[in-house]
Design a binder for this molecule. Structure first.
Ligand SMILES: Cc1cc2nc3c(=O)[nH]c(=O)nc-3n(C[C@H](O)[C@H](O)[C@H](O)COP(=O)(O)O)c2cc1C
Length: 190
């Protein structure tokens, strides 16, 4: 039986990432977020409008998404529990400059996406930004001999929980190829 579940929030597993942006005080900066999805060349992020990151992203129109694995969890918290600080200095993470936008790429993150803002929509104290993907960067360790993403190897950290408590969760090693199940179903049902 399912019941109404009263909570301020319910995050059902969103990947943790560092937003990279140009900061007029600190030069380049990062902030932790978990609000992202991508469809084709579109990417959408959500942040508190008053956060340092969103203020600068709206000003410059450019940012990066940098996806860590669990080895960077402490840095995830440092960049997520400090506002308006120089978070490259606090985390000691190292960056390179992106090629298609004026924003930093976090070197220790195996996957990064360079993005240009196309549109924004406010929702209360939050702003959603719709952006175009201008470049994708993947560590060679996660690219196979044919040049494809090694999607069975990459382990993003998922942010899961309700208003009471939220956790970081890791994926297990199991993976199922998309399209493999629908074929079985068609053979049984058509
Ligand atoms: C795991 C994690 C996920 C977070 N996700 C978001 C998010 O999706 N949106 C948001 O506005 N803040 C999110 N935060 C909080 C921001 O990182 C935090 O408010 C930060 O201090 C903002 O820094 P800034 O003002 O320097 O940009 C998250 C924090 C953590 C630790």
């Amino acid at each position: 039986m399912k019941n109404t579940f009263d909570t301020r929030k319910l995050y059902f597993g969103f990947p943790v990432f560092f937003l990279g942006y140009k900061d007029e005080i600190h030069g380049y900066n990062i902030t932790t977020s978990s609000s992202v999805y991508s469809l084709g060349r579109m990417v959408v992020i959500g942040m508190r409008t008053k956060s340092n990151s969103m203020q600068h992203i709206l000003k410059t129109g450019e940012f990066t998404i940098n996806v860590p694995q669990k080895d960077l969890l402490e840095e995830v918290e440092v960049a997520g529990f400090n506002s308006k600080k120089d978070k490259f200095d606090l985390t000691k993470l190292v960056y390179s400059l992106a090629q298609t936008v004026d924003a930093p790429l976090v070197d220790a993150c195996p996957v990064s996406i360079e993005c240009k803002v196309v549109d924004k929509m406010e929702f209360g104290a939050l702003t959603n930004v719709v952006a175009e993907v201008t470049r994708r960067v993947v560590d060679e360790q996660f690219v196979d001999a044919d040049g494809y993403f090694r999607n069975d190897q990459f382990n993003p950290v998922l942010y899961i929980g309700d208003g009471h408590e939220r956790l970081y969760r890791s994926l297990d090693d199991e993976s199922v190829k998309m399209g493999s199940l629908i074929e079985n179903w068609r053979q049984k049902n058509m």
